[in-house]
Design a binder for this molecule. Structure first.
Ligand SMILES: NC(=O)c1ccc[n+]([C@@H]2O[C@H](COP(=O)([O-])OP(=O)(O)OC[C@H]3O[C@@H](n4cnc5c(N)ncnc54)[C@H](O)[C@@H]3O)[C@@H](O)[C@H]2O)c1
Length: 322
């Protein structure tokens, strides 16, 4: 990857959602590789790039992607746009469906049309494995699609925007269907980080249902590596790609791994609860595992961090964070 990025040194890149979990890691990597980065983020869930000083290579704008007038000037002269801004988290997406639709549909429509108008070279869209719902195992890019939530539906709409803007305006895109990314800076809206946070606080680990639901976890360094390759390599153009590891683990096994890694087995309890209004059964996707063939072939990259070592890295970060 370094060769490709060296050639692209000095690129101007706009990242929406750049103060979030994946966005902040992406922004840091881009700056380290010599790009000039502009961030748009409401920072409603905090600012995860605050330790990076603004300057020649980084400008950060606390703006909302639904505010076309405010964000429009920032697209001038950009080479690429990574659109990651989104309302994320099961509860957040269920609690305010109108806001979700606004951000994901109006916001994405604003961002992609500004990208096309400003003739950026590549538009990278953060989609999600949620688009599949309960589907085949492993999930393949062609579907079937059974989106179970508004969030999932809006990600499919976003992908369709990408295809439509390519057809109408020639805007080259890559849509990335992230499976469960995890790692430093992830907050406890997400299962793995929530388990670690609660266990370390001596609180019981809560599992919805029977814990046999499965997920495909990707360590953030692999997620960022693949995101950059997909955005920069020619092979990623006009492709929709699964970003997972191709290995799944049940929530029961995950809970056990977390407690074992923390040496808290037998000391912290696991509690099983029924799905409820906040975490509803209707939107639960029971089995999630990526078919990674397409991404691995096109990008010539395979995730390298296994769940056990990624978990250790996350725990080390968590215990040493300031
Ligand atoms: N983390 C995962 O495992 C995962 C899985 C599937 C898809 N994704 C997608 O990847 C992207 C990044 O996810 P993340 O895990 O970093 O989540 P995150 O919540 O940490 O980051 C999203 C960022 O978007 C910002 N944002 C929200 N609404 C906005 C608005 N109206 N205008 C501007 N900024 C706004 C938030 O403040 C936040 O910083 C999202 O599009 C998400 O849907 C993530």
């Amino acid at each position: 990857m370094s060769d490709i990025l060296k050639k692209n040194n000095g690129l101007r890149i706009l990242v929406t959602g750049g103060a979030g979990f994946i966005g902040s890691h992406l922004v840091e990597k881009l700056i380290d590789l010599g790009a000039s980065v502009t961030v748009i983020d409401t920072m409603l869930c905090g600012n995860k790039i605050e330790q990076r000083k603004e300057g020649k290579n980084l400008s950060v704008h606390r703006l909302d992607v639904t505010d076309t007038q405010a964000i429009a000037p920032l697209f001038k002269g950009q080479d690429m746009v990574f659109h990651l801004a989104a309302v994320v988290g099961v509860e957040e997406t269920q609690d305010e469906p109108v806001n979700l639709l606004n951000v994901e549909v109006i916001g994405t429509s604003n961002v992609i049309s500004l990208a096309a108008r400003n003739k950026v070279k590549r538009f990278v869209f953060a989609s999600s494995s949620e688009v599949y719902g309960d589907s085949v195992k492993p999930m393949v890019e062609e579907g079937p699609f059974n989106p179970k939530s508004t969030y999932a539906l809006t990600k499919l709409i976003g992908e369709h925007f990408c295809m439509a803007y390519y057809q109408k305006f020639g805007l080259e895109y890559t849509a990335l269907r992230y499976f469960n990314a995890y790692g430093p800076r992830q907050d406890d809206r997400f299962v793995l980080s929530r388990f670690v946070n609660r266990a370390l606080a001596g609180q019981e680990i809560i599992i919805y249902g029977d814990g046999n639901q499965t997920r495909d976890f990707t360590y953030i360094e692999d997620t960022i590596h693949m995101t950059l390759l997909a955005g920069i390599k020619g092979e990623g153009i006009n492709q929709v790609l699964n970003f997972g590891t191709g290995k799944d683990v049940s929530i029961n096994v995950l809970a056990d791994m977390v407690l074992t890694s923390l040496d808290l087995k037998g000391k912290v309890k696991t509690k099983y609860v029924d799905y409820d209004r906040r975490r509803s059964l209707e939107i639960e996707v029971f089995n999630r595992i990526a078919d990674t063939t397409k991404a691995e072939t096109l990008l010539a990259y395979k995730p390298i961090t296994g769940l056990e070592s990624g978990l250790q890295k996350y725990i080390a970060w968590y215990e040493n964070r300031k």
